[in-house]
Design a protein around this ligand. Sequence first.
Ligand code: ADP
Ligand code: MG
Length: 316
Amino acid sequence: MQGETRLKNHRLPVVADFFSSGNIERFRRIHSIMSEPNSRDFTGKMNHESDADFAARQKLQHKLNCIKHKIIVMSGKGGVGKSTVAVNLATALLLAGNKVGLLDVDIHGPSIPTMLGLENEKPGGTQEELLPVDLGGLKVMSLGFLLSSPDQAVIWRGPMKIGVIRQFLENVHWGELDYLIIDCPPGTGDEPLSICQLIGHLDGAVIVTTPQRVATVDVRKSINFCRQIQLNVLGIIENMSGFVCPKCGEVTQILPPGGGRSMADDLGVPFLGAIPMDPQIAQAGDTGRAFLRYYAASPTAAIMQELIKPLLNLQG
Ligand SMILES: Nc1ncnc2c1ncn2[C@@H]1O[C@H](COP(=O)(O)OP(=O)(O)O)[C@@H](O)[C@H]1O
Ligand SMILES: [Mg+2]
């Protein structure tokens, strides 16, 4: 590819360019214009929208049109297994024959590169368009690829996070995808909100919880967030539900199970399934291997394969 460069010694050049070129201000303008009712002309250009803003919005729309299904993985709590679920949903969809992208928008704690053994990878491409890292067909993008070291702390306020998330959608060559799985940080802050505003139409959210009531209380907030912004809840996954003995494979209920299912019943949203606490999942995550690829024959892998069934049946 002409003009292709490997972004060595990457020090966020794209992000820096983005901020220095006044794009943040443009992003703010686009969003204030889009929220005005009846403000489009016959070409789709909004009143008061500059030609450059209109072109940027069209470019983003074109990219998004090439991705059939966009699914966000979220939770009110940290450490409940969102990234683990995102990696394995993406892998299961890939193994089922789909073209899949995995976007990590956990700006402060991007764990996808570590979980997939991609810490030393850098996206290729150009300043204008980055190529996602390709892992056996899975297209992966994370801020973790762009940091100079995994220990680098990212201290950004909302607009900077929104800016980089926009770049992840607009300036990354995702190409044609069947699914884009988006891994979010905990909570209902800038990251999930930006994703929903930028993408406009997501297929929905997969909400991850652990069985304990303390976790489900916070996770309910995620469901209310979805309701407030009219985002479809595809379902709840109860992770770390029981413990699989590494010796005999028997599942022991360490904590009272069922918190996820009863929350789903209570709130009238689908329950997608329960994943046990399995030492092989933790080991796979720590050693940078997608669990589903490496432990494909395990009973937990079979559970994970089941979880994607409703996602395979999405319309559109
Ligand atoms: N079902 C599970 N069994 C064993 N370990 C798990 C399971 N789910 C997640 N983990 C481990 O728990 C830790 C936190 O998971 P992670 O996916 O990073 O959570 P989150 O993204 O919600 O912060 C990781 O080390 C991961 O490997
Ligand atoms: Mg995570």
